[in-house]
Design a protein around this ligand. Structure first.
Ligand code: ZN
Length: 481
């Protein structure tokens, strides 16, 4: 046994050293992952292009919900599961950050971008304050073109962690300044407010700078509407479609904001130009996480479909560019999402008084026409009972607000200490009680995330890994070693 242990540790040590020398100089001493992927360097084909499709807050139950609801309500498949997960390789990744068990998006994104664990809230900065090399920085250094697309603000945690650095994710203005230095070829999403000076309507910058004008002066084409985005022809593109986050798909005004698929299409059109060394593109749907926080099953369903439509765009691109690797993942699970069976009411716990989530409950969700966030925004901070009832009967047909929940909403109370989105989590409980879509929390959970990979290099992402392995494998493939 001693000899076998010695051989094993010796082989592992050699593998680690080889990987550290070849791929990522900082991995020694990282407690995170297993470092070596399942395939040796000789077997791995390097992709020219990498498209990372990132559904924030999504783990296996959300994927299955997207697939099943798409089948029931859209009568169509869900390419994330049906093509990428089925035909590609499949992995799971642990998500814990430095010094905690439950991660936020900044720490998870940083680990997946740099291969190193950081503390919650930090954007690709090590716990001792060092700037860690991000995936997009590696791509840029190797001559690849880079793109960041999100339904959040473009300086939100995920796109920021994949590309730049900040001690805190809240340093929006600094992150935008870092983008101006890094020069992503494509930058699409929300968040115009930290590109514009406070003196301009919708602007929040305190230094008086107009960063949209600065990008334009450097040669970027600027799009502010879906039609401008569709018409864009330049190889470098800045698109900002809202002052803050883009709306949920369920609330979206198609004349003002593009879909995730529209943005993916425009990004690929721009990046595929003058593309001799390839590109790395991150396409994030953040609304899947936001819907998890508010426990909004109807908004989540449509956000998952919107994400899947963007995956279709990536698969089409891969068909004509087979040297492209598609990676699909999330950063953590949000909401402790639990479609289940439960008693219809508390009068009896016999199985005759119980229901299980079925197609008719998914159809109930399909008839909802407003996100819980938009309900809150529409009602204002002190809603009247009449306004609440009227809004729900219009946008939540078939649902009845029980007296206890109604009273809690009218007095601005919370259901629990981990139900901090008031009144969204309380309204979500109405949906849970009648449609069976329950949630455990308004926060994140440590459920491992799924990684689907299709294309050259996909085998590196199979099996049970740590989120830092994702970052290290990404660096390895970008560097082409
Ligand atoms: Zn979140």
């Amino acid at each position: 046994m001693v000899r076998i242990d010695w051989l094993y540790s010796r082989r592992l040590h050699l593998a680690l050293v080889a990987l550290c020398l070849g791929v990522w100089a900082g991995c020694a001493g990282n407690p995170g992952g297993n470092a070596a992927g399942p395939a040796s360097a000789a077997q791995v084909e390097n992709p020219k292009n990498i498209i990372i499709l990132f559904a924030d807050g999504v783990a296996s139950t959300q994927w299955e919900y997207g697939r099943y609801s798409s089948m029931v309500l859209r009568q169509q498949g869900f390419v994330t599961t049906d093509i990428v997960f089925k035909q590609g390789t499949l992995g799971l990744a642990s998500t814990y950050p430095h010094g905690a068990f439950v991660t936020d998006s900044a720490a998870a994104g940083s680990a997946m971008s740099t291969g190193v664990k950081v503390v919650n809230g930090s954007i690709s900065m090590s716990p001792d304050g060092k700037r860690l090399t991000t995936a997009m920085e590696v791509a840029k250094a190797t001559g690849k073109r880079i793109g960041l697309v999100t339904t959040a603000t473009v300086y939100d945690a995920t796109p920021a962690a994949f590309s730049v650095h900040a001690k805190a994710r809240s340093e929006s203005q600094n992150i935008v300044d870092e983008y101006l230095t890094l020069e992503p070829d494509v930058l699409l999403g929300g968040g115009a407010e930290y590109f514009l000076p406070a003196s301009v309507k919708g602007g929040k910058r305190k230094d008086g700078k107009d960063v949209i004008a600065a990008f334009r002066a450097k040669g970027w084409q600027v799009a502010r509407t879906p039609s401008e985005l569709a018409a864009a022809t330049a190889p470098r593109l800045l698109g900002l479609f809202s002052n803050d986050d883009l709306d949920f798909e369920i609330d979206r005004d198609a004349s003002k904001e593009p879909t995730t698929a529209d943005m993916a299409t425009a990004a690929l059109k721009a990046l595929a130009q003058s593309n001799s060394k390839g590109f790395v593109l991150l396409v994030e749907n953040e609304n899947t996480d936001t819907a998890g926080h508010t426990n909004d099953a109807a908004a989540l369903m449509r956000a998952l479909w919107a994400f899947d439509d963007a995956v279709k765009v990536a698969l089409d691109f891969q068909r004509s560019h087979p040297d492209t690797l598609i990676l699909i993942t999330g950063d953590h699970e949000t909401g402790g999402f639990s479609p289940t069976y439960a008693a219809k009411d508390l009068s009896s716990f016999a199985s005759s008084n119980r229901f299980t989530v079925g197609d008719e409950h998914i159809r109930m969700l399909g008839r909802i026409t407003m996100s819980l966030n938009m309900v809150k925004e529409t009602l204002g901070s002190k809603p009247s009972g009449a306004a609440l009832d009227q809004l729900l009967s219009k946008h939540y047909p078939g649902f009845t607000l029980d007296t206890d929940l109604r009273e809690l909403i009218l007095k601005n109370g919370a259901l629990e200490r981990n139900a901090t989105y008031v009144p969204q989590n309380t309204l979500a409980r109405m949906v849970s009680r009648q449609a069976g879509f329950y949630w455990g929390t308004a926060g994140h959970t440590p459920e491992p995330v799924v990684i689907g990979a299709l294309g050259p290099g996909a085998q590196l992402f199979s099996g049970y890994q740590d989120n830092t392995d994702f970052g290290r494998n990404l660096h390895r493939l970008i560097l082409g070693r």
